[in-house]
Design a protein around this ligand. Sequence first.
Ligand code: NAD
Length: 430
Amino acid sequence: MKGICIIGSGHVGLVTGACLAELGNIVICIDDDFKKIDIIKQGIMPFYEPELEKLVRRNMERGKLSFSTSAEESSRNAEIIFICVGTPQKPGGEADSSYVEAASKRVAEVMDSYKVIVEKSTVPVKTGRWIRRTIELNSPNKYDFDVVSNPEFLREGKAIYDFMHPDRVVLGVESQRAADIMIDLYKPLGAPIIVTNIETAELIKHASNVFLALKISYINAIANICEKVGADVLKVAEGMGYDRRIGRDFLDAGVGYGGYCLSKDLAAFIHVTEEAGCDSELFRAVQRINNSQQDIFVRKVKEALWNLGGKTVGILGLSYKPNTDDMREAPSIQIIQKLQEERVKIKVYDPQAMQNASAILKDVEYCKTPYEAAEGSDALIILTEWDDFKNLDLARIKSLLKQPVIIDGRNIFDPLQMSKLGFVYRGVGR
Ligand code: NAD
């Protein structure tokens, strides 16, 4: 059992805190957002993540998990301090590390004994060195400490499962003492543990996310060829995916990736690559293909409806993927804005993301059900593959639509079946 302090109680920090408490550690999570800490203390989660609320409440009740806005009080009994603050994208693509710097300064000010400072946020390579320097410069009492890079690979929507069942744990360390403490912490998970230096660990995370983005852009590029030559991208992905050297995951063609991680991490990595004087052409192509997927999709809507001005489109799914209410970099934002530029009236439905969407999307009608979004619309568009949408009453949808047009950005339906049901149906790459 270890004393742990988590700085930053967002998607990663809160999940990390709750899971480490579940494993028997004493965890205190802090955040400088007073409102956030206040609602978490009441057992209300600041974002949607399956199973998280149950886990947080259970561990608060058994005294393993608490929340605070004060770094002083929180770090007192902690041997390990996790930095889980955001690293958003700056306008030029570079990662904004200022929150990591601010958190490192707080750590320096409140250090009262040896600590392991864990960089869990996704950061550009060499950030660990800056964390060390910042703590050394700002620490009034020169206690010994170690910096560890321990990147997080969880997926929103499956975050608890992913944290508890990681494919691997990566530890970038600068001393055996820190390695031993961190290995002990993660031993209960039974996952392979890769111990390396800090720069390598930092690069493993960025290189992994860029590779995932690359797989998606790759299959989207293939999907665009499929449409021109009459091939089916789903079968291409299936055929490729059986090859163990390739694998089927992340070969789903669609409207492009979104979310907090892939876009910003790719942009940050391009910056790191170019700063290092290395060739970034491959990574820039990944970005370019992803950006063009949304234009291609809007063109498809145009082809199905002829003139867009004055038409109404019902949209199912706003979050960047299912089982989350996260709207950060969701492809739905770009697609809706592009349709609005063409004077399309937009009705939307999403099971979880409508509240977050309302802060971003203007002049759209929020509907209570998918059927309401279909009612009186000239077409129905699917942008997130929520399970609810796979089980729609399609006969009812058809009777509600002005024209039986479905444009499916996530390939959740079978084109043949949809045609038999009398729909004009367009998927991606088939
Ligand atoms: P988030 O925005 O949900 O949470 C960050 C939190 O840090 C916020 O609540 C913010 O108020 C708090 N914060 C910022 N500065 C602070 C400070 N100085 N002191 C205390 N609190 C502070 O972000 P997130 O999605 O949890 O991502 C965090 C990091 O983890 C990022 O680097 C991200 O790239 C990485 N990551 C995210 C995911 C994901 O799926 N969301 C997965 C793996 C890695």
